[in-house]
Structure formats: C-alpha cells, structure tokens
Design a protein around this ligand. Structure first.
Ligand code: ING
Length: 329
C-alpha cells in the first residue's frame, strides 16, 4: 500500500492593505473547500496568508528599534492561533477532515515577532509551528527604495531551527520564503528524513540590491526548490502569494515538486488558485536509498566549515592553518 498524500497548494492573489481578516479567511475557506472537493488530505497556504505583505512599508517611527505608534504595525500580527477570526478555518478544516498549513505574522505574549507557519492535521489538531530562520531585506528605513523590504525590522530570526513532524502518514517539514534559497534549509530536514517540505513565499519581482536578477526571479524560484527536492529526496510544495499587491508585482508560479526534482503541477494564474497533485511519499526512497544515501556517501568530516562559519573565509592555498581548518579534527 503506497503512502500517497493528495496535496492542494493554495496560491493566493494579492491581499490589499485594507482587506479585513474576515474577507481573507473567506478566500482561504473557498480554497480549503476546493481542496476537500478535490480529495486533498492537506491544503498549503502561503507565507503571511492573512494580510498584505506589510514589510513593504516603514510602519513605525523608530530609528534603530521599533518605536512610536505601532497600532498599524501590530494590526498585521496574530496574538493567538487560532484566534476568533481564524477559528472558522480550523473549524471547517476539522469538519472536512482536511489538514492545512497557514503562514502568519506572530506576536508572542512576551513581545517577540516572528514570521510563522502552523501545521494542522486532518483531525484539526496543531501538529507544529515553524518560525522563519533566514530573514531577508533590511532593518532600517531606506526611503530611496521603490518599496521597503523591512522583514529584518519586523521579524526576529527563529531561535528554533528546522524540525520535522510525523503527519499525513509521512515526515513533514516547513520553511518560509527566503529559507528556500539556502541549501542548508533542505539538508537539515533531509538529515531528519523529511519526505515533504511545505514552503510559502511572497517574492517581489523587483530586487532592489541587484535589479539584474529581476528577469530571473521565476527561474531562481524553481531552481532552488527543485534542487532542494532532488538533493534530499523529498517532495517540495512551493506556494505563492502572487500578483500585483499594493502596487508591487509579486511572483506566483506555485509548484508541486517531486523528489526527482520534477515539477509535477504548477499554477497557471497569478491569483487564488488551487494546484493539486497526489504525492507518493514512497518515491522519496528512490533517491534517499540510492544516489543520496546520506549514511553511505556523505563526508561530514569534510564539511566542518559549513556549520562553523557564517560568511566566506579567505582560505589561502598553502596556508597550514587554512588547510587544518578545512578538515574538521
Ligand atoms: N522574500 C524574498 C525571497 O527570498 C526577496 C526576498 C525579495 C528575494 C525580492 C528576491 C527578490 O523570496 C521573502 N519574503 O523572503
């Protein structure tokens, strides 16, 4: 009996600054019900799926730290999950017997701000949370930009890292947006036996630090997720909030990617769209037990630098210290 999970990647079109939580939850419910009608076991929503991508604005009057009137800023965060406005989603999912993964901005009771994902199983129980590890963008207001990318101002980096959960008859992990660009994201979960990684994203087509990358956004998006899937023998579900949101063109291109690296289904629109595929979890071992048999082929003693250092080190040939550093003692 193969272990197959029928997944609905629930792409969202734009969410306007003024859109109420109620109106957004209504859109999520339509996609959830779509998923149930399509026989899905799991519906995956994007990063920050309850609100507009608010880090595109400078929303407080602080300089280095957040300060001043944070009424609008705080309005984009959830202080409980589920809360009164998201409870209908949890209730409907439980009624339909369908699991889901939801991205939202989290404000903890002790004042920490995270870019968070919550995973709920088919019985309506919360399986686990994930808080974004790699936070892109900048900390200070940069008025010369067409739009801000102040995630590093409005979210803290996760102190918890990447974990996997037994759910949907397999091993499931989560990552958020910029995480998908870093190979470590996939490998740390690959080393935990992950069989399906759920990734939501909000990716503007314009990249201010290097606009030459703009025409390559779609290529880079699938490149990193296909590589991550293949090199770790895992399914990857990449789910966009796309379209033109508050004037910012954002990448759609939601995709379901097999452990082979093949895109088996992808979005045809830039709006609300459910992309569905049946994912055979037993396909993972075709790669985990052969090419990427980690136990047999990996050389962790050669990889010490990866965990030891953040930025690149100028390791000069012939420098005995450099060579020593490369081979973990
Ligand atoms: N967004 C982006 C991402 O990594 C970014 C950061 C913006 C990258 C624009 C490239 C271009 O997809 C988030 N939310 O991490």
């Amino acid at each position: 009996m193969t272990r197959s999970v029928r997944v609905g990647a629930a792409q969202l079109g734009p969410i306007a600054r003024a859109d109420s939580r109620e109106s957004v939850v209504e859109r999520l419910l339509v996609l959830l019900r779509d998923g149930a009608a399509s026989g899905c076991d799991l519906v995956v929503f994007p990063e920050l799926a309850l609100t507009t991508f608010f880090p595109r604005w400078y929303l407080d009057e602080g300089d280095v730290e957040i300060a001043g009137d944070t009424t609008e800023l705080d309005s984009y965060y959830e202080t409980e999950m589920p809360g009164p406005l998201t409870q209908p989603l949890f209730d409907e999912a439980r009624r339909l017997g369908i699991g889901f993964c939801l991205g939202y901005a989290e404000l903890t009771p002790d004042g920490h701000r995270y870019n968070t994902y919550v995973l709920v199983d088919g019985g309506g129980d919360i399986v686990g949370h994930y808080r974004k590890v790699h936070i892109p963008g900048h900390e200070m207001h940069e008025p010369e930009r067409q739009f801000q990318h102040l995630e590093r101002r409005y979210f803290e980096e996760s102190p918890e890292g990447f974990h996997v959960h037994k759910a949907f008859d397999g091993i499931v992990g989560m990552a958020i947006c910029n995480d998908r660009r870093w190979p470590e994201t996939y490998r740390v979960m690959g080393l935990q036996g992950v069989e399906m990684i759920l990734i939501g994203y909000n990716t503007p087509l314009h990249y201010a630090p290097d606009p030459s990358q703009n025409p390559l956004q779609a290529f880079h998006n699938h490149l990193v997720m296909q590589a991550g899937a293949y090199q770790n023998g895992t399914w990857v579900i990449g789910v966009a909030k796309g379209g033109v949101e508050e004037g910012v063109e954002s990448l759609a291109q939601t995709a379901i990617i097999a452990p082979s690296g093949q895109v088996v289904a992808q979005a045809a629109t830039i709006g609300d769209e459910l992309v569905v595929a049946s994912c055979d979890l037993d396909m993972c071992e075709k790669y985990k037990k052969t090419l990427f048999d980690f136990d047999r082929y990996r050389r962790p003693e050669m990889y010490g630098l990866i965990a030891k250092t953040g930025g690149p080190r100028a390791l000069v040939e012939g420098d005995p210290d450099a060579l020593k550093e490369q081979h973990d003692e």
